[in-house]
Design a protein around this ligand. Structure first.
Ligand SMILES: Nc1ncnc2c1ncn2[C@@H]1O[C@H](COP(=O)(O)OP(=O)(O)OP(=O)(O)O)[C@@H](O)[C@H]1O
Ligand SMILES: [Mg+2]
Length: 409
């Protein structure tokens, strides 16, 4: 999540989600950490960027609070490098270093030359000592990094709000034998923090919820699920791009975009390019035409969004080969029960069940009543076209698009 302000384009399309802004603000003022969860493209990063921007503008709040945003996808996930990059970002924000100078802050020797308090210097020295060892204590390094944030805030007598985007990256520390349980380490290091409040942002909904609710109690952590856009919110967003819409056209948009704002923006822009008259109810079927074309065209943003969602989940689930067979079966046949899926993948009921559970843990498939379906309707439609071998080029003919339209729902 870049620290920069919302661009003019982002501002003009932005639909504020007041309820969530209020919840996070309340958590900050109660010194409670927030775990903000939602699938990709739902607006988590934008929400927190908007919150930080408005908080920074509010003089009464920004007078005693420092806001730091870090995208963990861009930060090293090794204890040695993470500690320096993490502390560096906080120190730079504290000293209001310009972006150009901020990199210097990632060097612990540079930090030790600055005029920080004795306590901060002590933590920094402890980390530096470990860094010089052949076998450093990686647990200690990581714990001290979080402690350093606390100390910085205490020294400045300011609250520190740290947003960690792509926070599932923290789980990467599990690969270090001295750490193993990174969620627990984070919890232990931040549970009693008085001056630092974290906002952890992630699209790994089930896994992050499980790991962090296990390690932190509800007094220290509020788990917030950012819901999909309602039909009304989708309409509000789409109308910013398309102008006033017929009610039934708006309902179609919402159906195909499944309340995901990034997809809504992409589809609305396609409708503009195709000169669809959204005031006219006769356009309803044309929206399905355009969605069908987008979901099966590798060059389209909606295709890329979905493929990324799908691939990330499968990579994350590991053991991809059998899992893929199951996803394929669920995509190509609606409303299958466990026994029917098991038969189609030639595995026993219990083996199939544990594979389906794994696909649930990575937010791909869910059980509804006694059958299985995709969690994200857009991923479902993409998988239907993809596994059916349908792929459209820019100049796809009506007949090919018809084939995709028959599959999607
Ligand atoms: N509240 C909103 N109003 C208008 N558009 C929005 C809103 N939220 C999200 N969007 C649109 O969706 C896009 C994706 O939003 P964002 O990057 O915040 O999603 P995300 O949940 O952080 O996704 P990821 O998990 O992939 O990082 C934005 O660039 C914007 O076009
Ligand atoms: Mg994001």
């Amino acid at each position: 999540m870049p620290q920069n302000e919302l661009s003019n384009r982002e501002k003009s399309l932005y639909c504020p989600r007041q309820r969530y802004l209020d919840i996070i603000r309340r958590n900050i003022s109660h010194s409670k950490h927030t775990l903000l969860l939602a699938p990709c493209g739902l607006g988590k990063s934008l929400l927190v960027r908007d919150l930080f921007e408005s908080e920074k503008k509010d003089k009464s709040r920004s007078a005693n609070t420092t806001f730091v945003a870090l995208d963990l996808a861009r930060v090293s996930i090794s204890p040695e490098n993470f500690a320096q990059e993490f502390i560096g970002s906080i120190a730079a924000a504290n000293d209001r270093a310009q972006a150009g100078g901020a990199l210097a802050y990632e060097d612990i020797d540079f930090l030790l030359q600055q005029k920080y308090s004795g306590e901060v210097r002590e933590i920094l020295s402890r980390i530096r000592n470990e860094l010089q060892k052949i076998k450093p204590d990686q647990r200690l390094i990581l714990t001290q990094a979080f402690a350093c944030a606390e100390q910085f805030a205490a020294d400045n007598n300011r609250k520190l709000v740290i947003a960690l985007d792509d926070a599932e990256q923290l789980l990467g520390f599990d690969n270090f034998p001295q750490i193993r349980d990174s969620a627990q380490l984070f919890a232990d290091a931040t549970k009693r923090s008085k001056n630092v409040v974290y906002i952890l942002i992630s699209s790994f909904v089930s896994e992050m919820r499980k790991r962090f609710s296990h390690s932190l109690d509800t007094q220290s952590l509020d788990i917030v699920n950012l819901e999909s856009f309602s039909a009304q919110e989708t309409r509000q967003l789409a109308e910013k791009i398309l102008g006033k819409m017929d009610e039934r056209v708006a309902a179609q948009m919402h159906h195909w975009c499944a309340g995901i704002p990034s997809v809504t923006v992409s589809l609305a822009e396609k409708l503009v390019q195709a000169h669809i008259n959204v005031k006219d109810v006769a356009s309803v079927p044309k929206i399905k035409d355009i969605f069908a074309q987008e979901i099966a065209s590798p060059a389209s943003l909606i295709y890329q969004y979905t493929k990324e969602e799908f691939s990330t989940a499968l990579v994350h689930a590991r053991g991809a080969s059998l899992l893929k067979s199951i996803v394929r079966v669920v995509a190509l046949h609606d409303n299958l029960r466990l026994t029917e899926i098991a038969r189609k993948v030639y595995r026993s009921g219990p083996v199939t069940k544990s594979l389906l559970d794994r696909l649930g843990e990575v937010d791909l498939i869910k059980k509804k009543d006694s059958t299985f379906e995709f969690q994200n309707p857009i991923v479902k439609n993409w998988c239907k076209a993809y596994f059916a071998g349908l792929e459209l080029s820019k100049d796809a003919a009506g007949e090919e698009i018809e084939q995709v339209k028959k599959l999607i729902s």
